[in-house]
Design a protein. Structure first.
Length: 285
Protein backbone atom coordinates (compact mmCIF):
# COMPACT_ATOMS: atom_id res chain seq x y z
CA UNK A 1 0.00 0.00 0.00
CA UNK A 2 2.76 2.45 0.99
CA UNK A 3 5.88 1.24 -0.83
CA UNK A 4 7.61 4.58 -1.39
CA UNK A 5 7.18 7.19 1.35
CA UNK A 6 8.27 10.82 1.12
CA UNK A 7 9.01 12.56 4.43
CA UNK A 8 9.38 16.32 3.92
CA UNK A 9 10.78 18.17 6.95
CA UNK A 10 10.98 21.96 7.01
CA UNK A 11 13.76 23.89 8.71
CA UNK A 12 10.85 25.68 10.42
CA UNK A 13 9.39 22.59 12.11
CA UNK A 14 10.58 19.10 13.03
CA UNK A 15 8.65 16.30 14.74
CA UNK A 16 10.51 13.12 15.68
CA UNK A 17 7.14 11.32 15.79
CA UNK A 18 7.01 11.53 11.99
CA UNK A 19 10.18 9.44 11.68
CA UNK A 20 8.86 6.85 14.11
CA UNK A 21 5.59 6.59 12.17
CA UNK A 22 7.54 6.33 8.90
CA UNK A 23 9.53 3.37 10.21
CA UNK A 24 6.33 1.69 11.43
CA UNK A 25 4.71 2.00 7.98
CA UNK A 26 7.87 1.00 6.09
CA UNK A 27 8.21 -2.15 8.17
CA UNK A 28 4.53 -2.96 7.76
CA UNK A 29 4.48 -2.51 3.98
CA UNK A 30 8.15 -3.28 3.19
CA UNK A 31 8.54 0.26 1.90
CA UNK A 32 11.32 2.72 1.19
CA UNK A 33 11.79 6.01 3.09
CA UNK A 34 12.88 9.26 1.43
CA UNK A 35 13.76 12.03 3.88
CA UNK A 36 13.71 15.52 2.35
CA UNK A 37 15.02 18.39 4.49
CA UNK A 38 13.87 21.77 3.17
CA UNK A 39 15.79 24.93 4.09
CA UNK A 40 13.03 27.54 4.00
CA UNK A 41 13.73 30.41 1.61
CA UNK A 42 11.41 32.60 3.69
CA UNK A 43 13.77 32.30 6.64
CA UNK A 44 16.73 33.26 4.44
CA UNK A 45 14.79 36.17 2.92
CA UNK A 46 13.89 37.54 6.34
CA UNK A 47 17.53 37.36 7.38
CA UNK A 48 18.49 39.23 4.18
CA UNK A 49 16.11 42.08 5.00
CA UNK A 50 17.55 42.46 8.49
CA UNK A 51 21.24 42.48 7.56
CA UNK A 52 21.02 44.43 4.29
CA UNK A 53 20.45 47.66 6.22
CA UNK A 54 23.91 47.61 7.77
CA UNK A 55 26.12 45.24 5.71
CA UNK A 56 27.65 45.24 2.25
CA UNK A 57 26.36 42.92 -0.48
CA UNK A 58 29.36 40.61 -0.08
CA UNK A 59 28.78 40.43 3.68
CA UNK A 60 25.11 39.68 3.09
CA UNK A 61 26.01 36.82 0.75
CA UNK A 62 28.54 35.46 3.23
CA UNK A 63 25.97 35.59 6.04
CA UNK A 64 23.46 33.75 3.87
CA UNK A 65 26.01 31.00 3.21
CA UNK A 66 26.62 30.73 6.94
CA UNK A 67 22.88 30.36 7.58
CA UNK A 68 22.56 27.66 4.92
CA UNK A 69 25.56 25.79 6.33
CA UNK A 70 24.06 26.03 9.82
CA UNK A 71 20.79 24.54 8.56
CA UNK A 72 22.66 21.73 6.81
CA UNK A 73 24.56 20.98 10.01
CA UNK A 74 21.24 20.93 11.88
CA UNK A 75 19.91 18.38 9.40
CA UNK A 76 23.04 16.24 9.72
CA UNK A 77 23.48 16.50 13.49
CA UNK A 78 19.87 16.22 14.59
CA UNK A 79 17.35 15.04 11.99
CA UNK A 80 19.46 12.66 9.91
CA UNK A 81 21.11 11.39 13.09
CA UNK A 82 17.67 10.69 14.61
CA UNK A 83 16.68 8.87 11.43
CA UNK A 84 19.82 6.73 11.48
CA UNK A 85 19.28 5.86 15.14
CA UNK A 86 15.64 4.88 14.60
CA UNK A 87 16.57 2.87 11.49
CA UNK A 88 19.49 1.13 13.19
CA UNK A 89 19.41 -2.64 12.66
CA UNK A 90 16.32 -2.32 10.45
CA UNK A 91 16.39 -3.44 6.84
CA UNK A 92 14.57 -0.42 5.44
CA UNK A 93 15.83 1.31 2.26
CA UNK A 94 16.51 4.95 3.11
CA UNK A 95 17.60 8.07 1.23
CA UNK A 96 18.11 11.62 2.45
CA UNK A 97 18.70 14.97 0.78
CA UNK A 98 18.65 18.72 1.45
CA UNK A 99 17.01 21.33 -0.78
CA UNK A 100 16.54 25.10 -0.44
CA UNK A 101 13.12 26.52 -1.32
CA UNK A 102 9.51 26.97 -0.24
CA UNK A 103 8.04 23.92 1.49
CA UNK A 104 5.00 23.22 -0.68
CA UNK A 105 6.77 24.07 -3.93
CA UNK A 106 9.74 21.81 -3.16
CA UNK A 107 7.43 18.92 -2.25
CA UNK A 108 5.37 19.45 -5.42
CA UNK A 109 8.48 19.30 -7.63
CA UNK A 110 9.77 16.24 -5.79
CA UNK A 111 6.46 14.43 -6.34
CA UNK A 112 6.57 15.31 -10.04
CA UNK A 113 10.09 13.86 -10.35
CA UNK A 114 9.52 10.62 -8.47
CA UNK A 115 6.75 8.08 -7.91
CA UNK A 116 5.60 8.18 -4.29
CA UNK A 117 2.68 6.40 -2.61
CA UNK A 118 2.46 8.61 0.48
CA UNK A 119 3.60 11.95 1.87
CA UNK A 120 4.16 11.68 5.62
CA UNK A 121 4.67 14.95 7.49
CA UNK A 122 4.17 16.94 10.66
CA UNK A 123 2.02 20.05 10.99
CA UNK A 124 2.67 23.21 12.99
CA UNK A 125 0.30 26.17 12.75
CA UNK A 126 2.63 28.56 14.59
CA UNK A 127 5.21 28.82 11.79
CA UNK A 128 5.84 30.35 8.35
CA UNK A 129 4.56 27.38 6.35
CA UNK A 130 1.33 27.82 4.38
CA UNK A 131 0.83 24.11 3.56
CA UNK A 132 -0.52 24.70 0.05
CA UNK A 133 0.38 21.10 -0.78
CA UNK A 134 -2.68 19.91 1.16
CA UNK A 135 -4.84 21.20 -1.69
CA UNK A 136 -2.46 21.01 -4.64
CA UNK A 137 -0.95 17.51 -4.54
CA UNK A 138 -2.93 14.48 -5.68
CA UNK A 139 -1.35 11.97 -3.31
CA UNK A 140 -2.35 10.55 0.07
CA UNK A 141 -0.97 12.90 2.74
CA UNK A 142 -0.55 11.60 6.29
CA UNK A 143 -0.17 14.30 8.97
CA UNK A 144 1.19 12.73 12.14
CA UNK A 145 -0.63 13.81 15.30
CA UNK A 146 -0.24 13.40 19.04
CA UNK A 147 -2.51 10.43 19.77
CA UNK A 148 -1.24 6.86 19.55
CA UNK A 149 -4.08 4.36 19.31
CA UNK A 150 -5.30 1.62 16.98
CA UNK A 151 -8.66 3.11 16.04
CA UNK A 152 -9.45 4.63 12.64
CA UNK A 153 -12.24 7.12 12.01
CA UNK A 154 -13.17 7.22 8.30
CA UNK A 155 -15.19 10.32 7.45
CA UNK A 156 -17.69 10.66 4.60
CA UNK A 157 -20.16 13.47 3.96
CA UNK A 158 -22.46 15.23 1.53
CA UNK A 159 -19.40 17.31 0.55
CA UNK A 160 -17.43 14.45 -1.04
CA UNK A 161 -17.94 11.70 -3.65
CA UNK A 162 -17.33 9.08 -0.91
CA UNK A 163 -15.78 6.67 -3.40
CA UNK A 164 -12.22 6.21 -2.13
CA UNK A 165 -12.62 6.54 1.63
CA UNK A 166 -14.85 3.49 2.34
CA UNK A 167 -12.76 0.96 0.38
CA UNK A 168 -9.41 2.49 1.34
CA UNK A 169 -10.23 2.64 5.05
CA UNK A 170 -11.36 -1.00 5.08
CA UNK A 171 -8.18 -2.08 3.33
CA UNK A 172 -5.96 -0.02 5.63
CA UNK A 173 -7.67 -1.15 8.84
CA UNK A 174 -7.32 -4.80 7.84
CA UNK A 175 -3.67 -4.48 6.86
CA UNK A 176 -2.78 -2.61 10.09
CA UNK A 177 -5.07 -4.68 12.30
CA UNK A 178 -6.73 -1.50 13.59
CA UNK A 179 -10.40 -0.98 14.52
CA UNK A 180 -12.48 0.86 11.92
CA UNK A 181 -15.23 3.36 12.74
CA UNK A 182 -17.06 5.21 9.97
CA UNK A 183 -18.88 8.53 10.18
CA UNK A 184 -21.22 10.18 7.66
CA UNK A 185 -21.72 13.90 8.27
CA UNK A 186 -24.50 15.95 6.72
CA UNK A 187 -22.92 19.39 6.93
CA UNK A 188 -25.56 21.87 8.11
CA UNK A 189 -23.31 24.82 7.15
CA UNK A 190 -22.87 23.86 3.48
CA UNK A 191 -25.96 22.03 2.26
CA UNK A 192 -24.89 20.96 -1.22
CA UNK A 193 -24.11 17.58 -2.73
CA UNK A 194 -20.78 16.73 -4.35
CA UNK A 195 -20.75 14.26 -7.25
CA UNK A 196 -18.11 11.71 -8.35
CA UNK A 197 -16.28 14.43 -10.32
CA UNK A 198 -16.02 16.65 -7.26
CA UNK A 199 -18.61 19.12 -8.58
CA UNK A 200 -20.86 20.92 -6.10
CA UNK A 201 -24.62 21.05 -6.67
CA UNK A 202 -26.95 23.93 -5.87
CA UNK A 203 -28.13 24.22 -2.28
CA UNK A 204 -30.37 21.31 -1.24
CA UNK A 205 -32.88 20.70 1.58
CA UNK A 206 -31.32 19.02 4.61
CA UNK A 207 -33.94 16.25 4.49
CA UNK A 208 -32.69 15.25 1.02
CA UNK A 209 -29.10 15.17 2.26
CA UNK A 210 -30.10 13.15 5.33
CA UNK A 211 -31.95 10.67 3.11
CA UNK A 212 -28.83 10.28 0.94
CA UNK A 213 -26.75 9.83 4.09
CA UNK A 214 -29.09 7.11 5.34
CA UNK A 215 -28.73 5.32 2.01
CA UNK A 216 -24.97 5.38 2.52
CA UNK A 217 -25.38 3.96 6.03
CA UNK A 218 -27.52 1.09 4.74
CA UNK A 219 -24.99 0.35 2.00
CA UNK A 220 -22.15 0.14 4.55
CA UNK A 221 -24.17 -2.02 6.90
CA UNK A 222 -24.56 -4.56 4.11
CA UNK A 223 -20.76 -4.77 4.10
CA UNK A 224 -20.68 -5.13 7.91
CA UNK A 225 -19.02 -1.73 8.33
CA UNK A 226 -20.17 0.19 11.44
CA UNK A 227 -21.19 3.73 10.49
CA UNK A 228 -22.89 6.61 12.29
CA UNK A 229 -24.98 9.33 10.61
CA UNK A 230 -24.83 12.82 12.16
CA UNK A 231 -25.79 16.38 11.22
CA UNK A 232 -23.68 19.44 12.01
CA UNK A 233 -20.40 21.13 11.12
CA UNK A 234 -18.10 18.71 9.27
CA UNK A 235 -15.02 19.84 11.21
CA UNK A 236 -16.70 19.85 14.61
CA UNK A 237 -18.45 16.48 14.18
CA UNK A 238 -15.25 14.89 12.89
CA UNK A 239 -13.19 16.08 15.85
CA UNK A 240 -15.91 15.27 18.41
CA UNK A 241 -16.22 11.71 17.11
CA UNK A 242 -12.44 11.29 16.95
CA UNK A 243 -12.26 12.37 20.59
CA UNK A 244 -15.02 9.97 21.59
CA UNK A 245 -13.10 6.95 20.26
CA UNK A 246 -9.60 8.39 20.89
CA UNK A 247 -8.76 7.87 17.21
CA UNK A 248 -5.23 7.08 16.16
CA UNK A 249 -6.04 8.16 12.62
CA UNK A 250 -8.75 10.13 10.81
CA UNK A 251 -9.25 9.43 7.10
CA UNK A 252 -10.75 12.28 5.08
CA UNK A 253 -11.59 12.28 1.37
CA UNK A 254 -12.19 14.98 -1.24
CA UNK A 255 -14.41 17.18 0.89
CA UNK A 256 -15.36 20.28 -1.10
CA UNK A 257 -16.51 22.47 1.76
CA UNK A 258 -16.74 26.12 0.74
CA UNK A 259 -18.95 27.69 3.42
CA UNK A 260 -18.72 27.83 7.19
CA UNK A 261 -20.70 29.48 9.99
CA UNK A 262 -23.17 32.11 8.66
CA UNK A 263 -22.11 31.30 5.11
CA UNK A 264 -18.57 32.66 5.58
CA UNK A 265 -16.32 31.30 2.79
CA UNK A 266 -13.70 28.65 3.67
CA UNK A 267 -10.55 28.81 1.54
CA UNK A 268 -8.69 25.76 2.81
CA UNK A 269 -10.78 23.10 4.56
CA UNK A 270 -7.91 20.63 4.97
CA UNK A 271 -5.64 23.15 6.64
CA UNK A 272 -8.50 24.29 8.88
CA UNK A 273 -9.21 20.80 10.19
CA UNK A 274 -5.48 20.06 10.61
CA UNK A 275 -5.09 23.20 12.73
CA UNK A 276 -7.89 22.13 15.07
CA UNK A 277 -6.96 18.46 15.31
CA UNK A 278 -4.55 16.64 17.66
CA UNK A 279 -5.11 13.33 15.86
CA UNK A 280 -3.22 11.96 12.89
CA UNK A 281 -5.04 12.69 9.62
CA UNK A 282 -4.80 10.90 6.29
CA UNK A 283 -6.11 12.97 3.39
CA UNK A 284 -7.13 10.79 0.44
CA UNK A 285 -7.13 13.14 -2.55
Amino acid sequence: MFKNILIPISSEFYSKNVLQRAVFLAEKYKGKLNLLYIIEEKTLSQADKVIKSYRTSSEVEETKKELVNFQKQTADNIIFEDANQILKNKKIPFEEKIIEGEFSEVVKKEVERNQYDLILMGFEKECLLNYRLLENINLPIWIEGQVDSKDILAVCSNLAPNQKVPDFSVKLSKSLGWNLHMLYVVDSEDTVEVDEKGQRSDKKPERDLLFKGQQFVEEMKKKNIPVQLVKGSLERETINNAESIDAGLIIVGREQKKKGVLGIPIKNFKRKIAEKCKFSILFIN
